[in-house]
Design a protein around this ligand. Structure first.
Ligand SMILES: [Zn+2]
Length: 259
């Protein structure tokens, strides 16, 4: 029996700008296929500011994230974790479960478990655990359980290697995002505060260009101009229907890698 998953996508990552950097192309393509998009971050990106307090930074970044989400008519939520000090807590897991339930997510995107950033790895763990129990009656949150465990997908880290430089599992699929790259750039471009931060942290003069270059490099691997890369979570406890792959089939590359 083919299962249908609710056409609501929850893109939930650690920091404001993560969804825009790693996931926005596919979010736009799914929106165009009739999906509703919800963007959330576990932290407010509190540490990611220059010459601002953490509170002020979180305020600025909230507005930037809201603006970026609005490009896709998406709602934006931030769940109160602290940037750089993100821990896997019961409180955060419950908040994620509540959010999955309140938006009735059928599809979830989050970081890869072997991502380069500790907050990203923690987020991947919290989201995976929360998604797995989001359909259970026994979880102590007030929102009604979802009907079925959502499909879980992982978005790209900066490179296809783990934090120690070893190659990771090849992406399960690439998505050609050339047709929506301008939307992605527009969303990322809302995070103006990050230009100065990246200059300060990494002496990087063109943060937005750096992300586009990453998509261009992924594109080169599969012969298109710009691509994003994804993995479907295939661990026990999760549904394995390739709904996103099917709905974006005309943009998909490396179909042979589907499981
Ligand atoms: Zn991040």
């Amino acid at each position: 029996m083919t299962k249908e998953f609710n056409k609501v996508v929850l893109s939930i990552h650690a920091h404001p700008d993560d969804a825009e950097a790693w996931n926005a192309g596919v979010l736009k393509l799914l929106k165009d296929k009739g999906y509703k998009i919800v963007i959330a971050t576990l932290t407010g990106g509190d540490l990611g500011g220059c010459n601002m307090s953490m509170e002020e930074t979180a305020r600025v970044r909230f507005e930037e994230a809201k603006k970026a989400a609005a490009v896709l008519d998406a709602e934006y939520y931030t769940l109160g974790g602290i940037d750089g000090f993100l821990f896997d807590t019961k409180e955060l897991r419950l908040k994620v479960i509540s959010l999955i339930r309140s938006v009735r997510a059928g599809i979830i995107f989050t970081h890869l478990p072997s991502d380069y950033h500790s907050d990203h790895r923690t987020t991947a763990n919290i989201v995976e655990t929360a998604a797995m129990v989001s359909s259970l009656d026994t979880v102590p949150v007030k929102e009604k359980p979802v009907d079925i465990t959502p499909l879980l997908y992982h978005s790209s880290p900066l490179t296809l290697s783990d934090p120690l430089g070893s190659q990771i599992v090849p992406p399960h699929f690439f998505v050609d995002v050339t047709s929506v790259i301008e939307t992605k750039k527009k969303m990322l471009g809302c995070h103006i505060s990050q230009i100065e931060l990246m200059q300060h942290m990494h002496k990087m003069d063109d943060f937005f260009g750096f992300v586009a270059e990453g998509n261009r490099n992924y594109g080169k691997m599969v012969g298109v101009e710009y691509a994003e890369v994804y993995w479907q979570h295939l661990g026990g406890g999760f549904q394995k229907e390739p709904q996103v792959q099917n709905d974006l089939s005309e943009f998909l590359i490396n179909k042979k890698l589907w499981l």
